[in-house]
Design a protein around this ligand. Structure first.
Ligand SMILES: [Zn+2]
Length: 206
């Protein structure tokens, strides 16, 4: 597992893979994969004395080209999978299978995270899951992503936006179409943070 080009971040606590690894090895988690991000998370939240906690988990699950290396072998539900970095050498079926396995694994991570958040008694939590981009898997002979927005195919720009809230009193607007621009304003809204740049129209909450 690797992350490239980590941006300079100004946050109180920032953990890299090596920071998480020691903790993770004490668990039955698969520490070579993205679920390592969940190790010690609940304990850290519980240890905080703040009344608002914001956590960012940066997964690498569906990032190509080696999709099949991004999930533990038991998530090989869709077979056969593409194992070449030269994606065009795989059949589209093998490519889609490998990618679908990463989605299955992401699903597992999100479900586990939600279970952990549910165990936090007395906390009102919300989880946002958003992708940074979609991915071409051989449609129109295109692979990966990065084509300029104006001409990019829908496979590269249509992304999942999943939200879960622990509290039944949290009401969502009837959001028909969302974009990444909604994340920032929705987080401010949920955490009740005042800012001159806050735009209520771009919050997903009622
Ligand atoms: Zn990306």
């Amino acid at each position: 597992m690797s992350w490239f080009g980590e941006p300079t971040v100004k946050v109180k606590s920032y953990l890299e893979e090596k920071d998480l690894f020691t903790d993770c090895q004490k668990t039955d988690m698969e520490c070579d994969y993205d679920e390592i991000l969940l190790s010690g998370l609940k304990a850290q939240i519980l240890a905080s004395t703040k009344d608002k906690i914001f956590v960012v988990l940066h997964t690498s699950t569906s990032h190509g080209p080696t999709y099949y290396k991004k999930y533990p072998p038991k998530f090989n539900q869709f077979m056969p999978v593409c194992k070449s970095v030269e994606l065009a050498k795989c059949t589209q079926k093998e490519l889609i299978n490998a990618y679908d396995n990463t989605i299955l694994y992401t699903d597992y991570i999100l479900a586990t995270l939600i279970d952990e958040l549910k165990e936090l008694d007395g906390y009102s939590s919300t989880m946002f899951y958003v992708s940074d981009h979609g991915e071409s898997l051989g449609e129109k002979n295109l692979y990966m992503h990065g084509i300029p927005m104006s001409i990019a195919p829908k496979e590269q720009i249509e992304i999942p936006f999943i939200v879960w809230a622990s509290d039944d009193s949290v009401v969502f607007k009837e959001n028909k179409m969302l974009s990444q621009y909604y994340v920032f304003h929705s987080v401010l809204d949920f955490l009740d943070i005042e800012s001159p740049v806050y735009d209520k129209d771009k919050s997903i909450f009622k």
